[in-house]
Design a protein around this ligand. Structure first.
Ligand code: HEM
Length: 244
């Protein structure tokens, strides 16, 4: 084969893997926020959700180790996603300056969105690791009281608040860029394309706002339960009539 015609497919493959892992993580977090906000419905609803993920309704008994496996799998996907993303981070001050000037001079929406991805992505290296480590090592400490004790008395709420803003923005902006990148929202005419982009951006802002509000309310509820339950830290929640 003529070597001159050999095209390196690696960057395209890496791009695809990054999109795929990003998509899986976005699906995961949209489910996650809704599931853990079951606390907004009632303690019993969050208790039932926890039991469900422990496999109670399949095996007739709880296996928290399932949560450890799930959390380890999520961590691995995050590591792959982040490793591939690393190559797009500005790697020295000069590069950073030129990107900053570029963003300011163009004031281009989509370039600023890229900067948001770099900043929130970087923050999550630290924020998400702390949370996932807890979920992997203490999967049996999840529930209306156990989670609330962690959020309030365990002082996890500041971390969760920062993580919530980072992950929701990152996932929302990421999905928007993914849709544009793979041309799911394409129009033939340039003018139509501009309108569609604007529409897509509005949808993205609405989704981000929705998930942020749900997340903030759920966090407030965990804090409320945690502070009320403060004098009995360590006690586990059981619905009426359930002793274990
Ligand atoms: C399988 C892995 C995971 C499990 C089992 C899990 C479980 C939970 C649970 C039970 C809570 C309630 C608070 C607590 O118990 O400490 C929570 C809160 C939270 N988790 Fe996760 N989580 C996982 C992965 C992630 C990941 C990968 C992210 C983001 C990168 C994330 C972001 C958050 C945020 C932002 C909150 C606070 C929610 C709020 O503001 O309402 N979680 N998680």
């Amino acid at each position: 084969m003529d070597k001159r015609h050999h095209i390196d497919k690696t960057p395209a493959r890496l791009d695809f893997i990054q999109s795929l892992t990003g998509f899986i993580l976005a699906l995961f977090i949209s489910g996650h926020i809704l599931f853990e906000s079951s606390i907004l419905i009632s303690n019993d609803a969050m208790y039932a959700m926890t039991r469900f993920f422990e496999g109670y309704y399949f095996f007739g008994e709880s296996h928290p180790v399932i949560i450890s496996f799930l959390a380890t799998a999520v961590l691995l996907i995050i590591i792959i996603h982040a490793l591939i993303a690393l190559r797009k981070f500005p790697s020295n001050y000069k590069q950073y300056k030129s990107i900053k000037n570029h963003i300011q001079s163009l004031n281009h929406h989509d370039t600023s969105l890229w900067a948001i991805q770099v900043i929130t992505g970087f923050a999550m290296f630290f924020l998400a690791s702390v949370h996932l480590y807890t979920m992997i090592t203490l999967p049996n400490h999840i529930g209306p009281y156990a989670s609330s004790d962690r959020v309030a008395g365990g002082m996890m709420w500041p971390l969760y608040l920062m993580l919530l803003f980072s992950v929701i923005t990152h996932a929302g902006v990421g999905l928007y860029r993914l849709i544009l990148k793979w041309g799911f929202f394409e129009a033939k005419e340039q003018k139509c394309m501009k309108q569609r982009r604007a529409l897509l951006r509005i949808i993205m802002y609405l989704i981000i706002t929705f998930y942020l509000l749900v997340g903030i309310f759920a966090l407030a509820k965990y804090m409320n339960i945690g502070y009320e339950h403060n004098y009995k830290t360590g006690e586990r929640y059981h619905p009426a009539g359930v002793s274990k």
